[in-house]
Design a protein around this ligand. Structure first.
Ligand code: PLP
Length: 423
């Protein structure tokens, strides 16, 4: 990406053009949430100023316009991830998408689909497989599903670098596995997991594959059909869209057989005092008044990213990730987590400075206008396995620059100087 193009992109993000604590803002916390360009904010404002209405309900013109925009947004987001329109279920965020899915495996009584929804019933003896890298959003819903159903939760461990240890895959993903849920890209390490290997093993034993795509969909070209996963989840706010919108992707034949999670208005065909019949997917999973402006804004964000080109965004961020990793690895006293500098990673780099708490690192950097994430990044088991309780994470996006990475690296070096030599 040329300097001119990057400058043009940055001009779309008003928030980036400000001083924080007397320094130009260096925003390296996009893995937590991204900033929003004016093109996305304008779409949301225009919706409220001109078309605001409840979708799928009213017979009036505004309701029809809102419904059309809402469903067009679904089509745009579906194209963005290689899905069909009825395979995109709107949720509040990825966390809700994963909970919706996990609940569906213990809601067979709501399915009214007989044989079909029985596929979504877990019992004792069944196994759910996750990995030790998971964000809590792709761990706790499965722990709770196991507790509700009597199924057993198993996990693929990581090695000392945090990479998935795949040697014993056949003994971990066995014929008993019903669900294999894993993250595409680690939100802590920035490593990319081998989806094909995990899908192949899951297919061999007939398990459903669930992909946590929170850290991949915003940053690289993704085609869920080509990846051959059954379900996937991601959040709009990490890809230039507002908060309050996320997606559960599911293969259409699975979603049509899957029991609903929330029940109520907008997801039914007929209701009597005794029972209700449900609409097909995706409406079956979208009970209640919907998040219209957020869905339209998510489609605008997908259009914005597509106009730049996901492949170009991916290589821009990979270059920044390499610069982050190499720079951190070169600072004495810094332990870079995840893939070694010089090997494949996205624009995420986390590190530990023994003896300096990540909160102190974050505070020191913030005094210079540098925004990073500190703590366990919702991945306590991974941190425990790596022998630390917390880390500091820098995460870049389409608008991040090499100059910002260099300011951050200088800040980290100065943090160590400030707090004194490490033992
Ligand atoms: N999974 C991963 C890998 C994430 O990075 C995140 C957010 O940090 C989530 C799940 C949860 O996303 P949300 O908080 O938007 O639901």
């Amino acid at each position: 990406m040329s300097a001119e193009e990057l400058a043009r992109i940055r001009a779309d993000f008003a928030v980036l053009d400000q001083q924080v604590n007397g320094h130009p803002l260096v925003y390296l916390d996009s893995g937590a949430t991204s900033q929003k360009p004016r093109q996305v904010l304008d779409v949301e404002r225009e919706y409220y100023e001109r078309h605001n209405s409840a979708v799928h309900r009213g017979a009036h013109t505004l309701a029809a316009l809102a419904t059309e925009a809402f469903e067009d947004a679904r089509a745009t987001v579906a194209r963005f991830v290689g899905a069909r329109e009825n395979e995109i279920v709107w949720t509040s965020n990825a966390t809700e998408a994963l909970n919706l899915l996990a609940y569906s495996f213990s809601n067979a009584s709501l399915g009214r689909g007989g044989e079909a929804s029985a596929r979504f019933r877990l019992t004792e003896g069944d196994e759910i497989v996750v990995t030790e890298q998971e964000h809590h959003a792709n761990l706790i819903p499965w722990q709770e599903l196991a507790a509700r159903t009597g199924a057993t939760l198993r996990f693929i461990p990581v090695d000392d670098t945090g990479a998935l240890a795949l040697d014993d895959l056949e003994s971990i993903i066995t014929e008993r596995a019903k669900i294999v849920a894993f993250t595409h890209v680690s939100n802590v390490l920035g490593s990319i997991n081998p989806v094909d290997v995990l899908v192949a093993r899951s297919r061999a034993v007939g398990a459903y594959v669930v992909l946590d795509a929170c850290q991949s969909v915003p940053h690289m070209a993704i085609d869920f059909a080509a990846l051959d996963v059954d379900f996937a989840a991601f959040s709009g706010h990490k890809m230039l869209a507002p908060t309050g919108i996320g997606v559960l992707y599911g293969r259409s034949e699975l979603l049509d057989a899957m029991p609903p999670f929330l029940t109520g208005g907008s997801m039914i065909t007929t209701v009597t005092m005794e029972k209700a019949d449900y609409l097909p997917a995706p409406q079956r999973f979208e009970a209640g008044t919907q998040r219209v402006s957020q869905a339209i804004a998510l489609a605008a964000a997908a259009d914005y990213l597509s106009a730049i080109g996901m492949d170009r965004i991916e290589s821009h961020e990979a270059a920044l990730g390499a610069r982050l990793a190499q720079g951190l690895a070169a600072i004495e006293g810094v332990r870079l987590l995840g893939p070694a500098a010089g090997t494949e990673r996205v624009g995420i780099a986390s590190f530990d400075i023994g003896g300096i708490h990540s909160h102190d690192v974050g505070q020191f950097l913030d005094d210079r206008g540098i925004a990073v994430r500190v703590g366990h990044h919702c991945a306590q088991p991974l941190h425990r396995r790596l022998g630390i309780t917390s880390s500091t994470r820098a995460s870049a996006y389409v608008y991040s620059t090499e100059a910002e990475v260099d300011v951050f690296l200088a800040g980290v070096a100065d943090t160590i100087t400030f707090f004194g030599p490490r033992s």
